[in-house]
Design a binder for this molecule. Structure first.
Ligand SMILES: Nc1ncnc2c1ncn2[C@@H]1O[C@H](COP(=O)(O)OP(=O)(O)O)[C@@H](O)[C@H]1O
Ligand SMILES: [Mg+2]
Length: 404
């Protein structure tokens, strides 16, 4: 089992595959709105306390990979202790064995030497490649790459190199690029044929949440999924505080095929419809701020109402709730379908002169908001029941049949 490899050098492979398979994390705002592919790259920047560590822990617990490499890089030691204490008690949902069995921890917490901090990132990614070459899907999460960059800065200073932006060495960008370059889904060398992947996800901790600082801006050039954490959302207890207007995923088109084949053909269009409701709410919010909600016609008030429902019933997810902590792709799809369905039925009802307040009063509204907590992954028929109840309730206020 003994193996030697210079950690700064990427391990070779036979060929690279396209990133067409999603890495399912069970987190709705990630999987449905800003997905990452197996072998992809992602970054999660956010100010202190916005939820970087919790989100990375969620990915380490629930992502459908066979191996997880968790690099604690320059953050507090007790977060590492938490992983050590918690993971052996948690079961891997797929194998039924303790989560710790598939997790590799690389610890370099804030009280350890900075020189070793740089090495921890390379060691982690080399371990990830080692398992990739065995044909495993590996997820590497690094918390936080900013501390790594700070270690580079500190050492570069001691070597009396010329500092560039904000004192970081001029090779900061190329180091980040080299790191994220090592992600990928590949055919390994040798026989028999083995496909494995390394997905790289790095937290970034810009001080004061300022995304224009060098580590965040350079990272953005090399990653394809960007989960922008938002202090305002975190303060209002909207968790995960991933801002849906500032985040993006470059894998959407690539992995849409997987969703349409495995879950439902209309996944991408459904996701776009839901997202456009959120986008329209964002512009309407401006008007509401200036003129108050009464200035809007009912059709637009309905958008605000449905956007609120999408935020509470879909985007928010409590990591500490037994049911809500993980959401299967099937359940994500059905929740989204119900919410978009509610919007369409609401539009139709408004056309038939039903008032918005009558729509708001329907008891299906609160049931939709609570479905994420109330209905377990193995209780899908309950979501179908919700759909037919919704149909009936809209029928009862319009008096005539509301079509799908
Ligand atoms: N998905 C979530 N569900 C519930 N609470 C969360 C969630 N994400 C973050 N939190 C809350 O926010 C706090 C700070 O999160 P943390 O990940 O430690 O922030 P950071 O690593 O960005 O400094 C957590 O202790 C937790 O109470
Ligand atoms: Mg943290």
């Amino acid at each position: 089992m003994y193996h030697k490899w210079p950690v700064r050098k990427p391990r070779p492979y036979h060929k690279r595959h396209d990133p067409t398979i999603p890495l399912l994390t069970g987190q709705r705002v990630i999987d449905t709105f800003f997905p990452i592919a197996k072998g992809g790259t992602g970054s999660i920047p956010g100010a202190f306390g916005t939820g970087k560590t919790v989100t990375l822990h969620q990915i380490a617990k629930w992502a459908d990979s066979q191996v997880v490499v968790y690099i604690g890089c320059g953050e507090r030691g007790n977060e590492m202790t938490e992983v050590l204490i918690e993971f052996p008690h948690l079961k891997d949902p797929r194998s039924g064995k303790p989560l710790m069995d598939r997790t590799v921890l690389v610890a370099n917490t804030s009280n350890m030497p900075v020189a070793a901090r740089e090495a921890s990132i390379y060691t982690g990614v080399t371990i990830a490649e080692y398992y990739r070459d065995m044909g495993k899907d590996v997820v590497l999460v690094a918390d936080s790459t900013s501390r790594w960059a700070e270690a580079l800065r500190e050492m570069s200073g001691r070597l009396e190199e010329m500092p560039a932006e904000e004192g970081y060495p001029s090779y900061l960008a190329s180091r980040l690029a080299e790191f994220y370059e090592r992600a990928g889904r590949v055919r390994a060398l040798g026989s028999p044929d083995r496909d494995g992947s390394v997905t790289l996800i790095g937290a970034v901790s810009p001080s004061g949440g300022d995304f224009t600082e060098p580590v965040t801006t350079h990272t953005m050039r090399f990653i394809k999924t960007f989960w922008a954490l938002d202090a305002k959302l975190a303060y209002s207890r909207h968790y995960p505080s991933i801002n849906w207007m500032n985040s993006y995923s470059g894998y959407l088109a690539d992995i849409a095929k997987w969703w349409s084949k495995n879950i439902n053909e209309d996944w991408l269009s459904l996701r776009s419809e839901a997202y456009s409701i959120l986008q329209r709410e964002d512009t309407l919010k401006e008007i509401v701020r200036l003129l108050g909600p009464e200035a809007l016609p009912d059709e637009e008030k309905l958008i605000l109402e449905v956007a609120r429902m999408i935020k509470i019933g879909m985007l928010q997810q409590n990591s500490f709730d037994d049911v809500d902590t993980y959401c299967s792709p099937e359940k994500q799809y059905k929740l989204l379908k119900l919410l978009v369905g509610f919007y369409k039925k609401g539009q139709q009802a408004l056309k038939e002169d039903v008032s918005l307040s009558d729509i708001r009063k329907l008891d299906i509204v609160t049931r939709l908001l609570k479905a994420r907590m109330d209905i377990k992954d193995d209780e899908m028929p309950k979501l179908d029941q919700l759909e037919s109840d919704m149909q009936d309730q809209f029928k009862s206020i319009t008096g005539v049949k509301v079509s799908n």
